[in-house]
Design a protein around this ligand. Sequence first.
Ligand code: MN
Length: 204
Amino acid sequence: MKFELPKIPYSYDSLEPYIDSKTMEIHHTKHHKIYTDKLNIALEKENIKNNDIEKILSNLSNIPENIRKVVNFNGGGYDNHNIFWNNMKPNGGGEPNNKILEMINESFGNFENFKDIFSKNTAIIQGSGWGWLVFNPNSNKVEFITMNNQDSPRTKGFVPILGLDVWEHAYYLKYQNKRPNYIESWWNIINWDDVESRLNKCFK
Ligand code: MN
């Protein structure tokens, strides 16, 4: 019943030159692995068999208080990175189509404005965190939010659709302190089909 480190559906070097191979390898085999392991250790400690991460993060108050912070952090880290890897692909980028474009236009006016809001606000996250395009089930609209550390948008009732990790471990080897350059590069590797399918699941 344990959570397992998921495979990435492309090779570590295939997002070059936008994200370098070494960063991908360390990010996946070390950072993501540690979140996964620590999530398992915490759940085992309380003998929790639930292996639906979406339910765990959406109902954190059901998790015993003594492990709640650890599950918030490492469960968020486990889930966020699963989404992150699948949100990207080699030769991705460009502009979205279909439902996701419609909803971006509805919430942000147009794609360029969305991109601008996402990039600017993700660049200025203090310390470690993530920029997210999320679906808000209350308004039936997409929104941009930032989350600190590994906090999952699910803990706030949102469905994560597209996320960008701006922890230094995600870009430091190649971009050093230049977070905005990393963000600008990332738009070239977005897998809009994956984003679209996450959005479509919200309407089923
Ligand atoms: Mn990360």
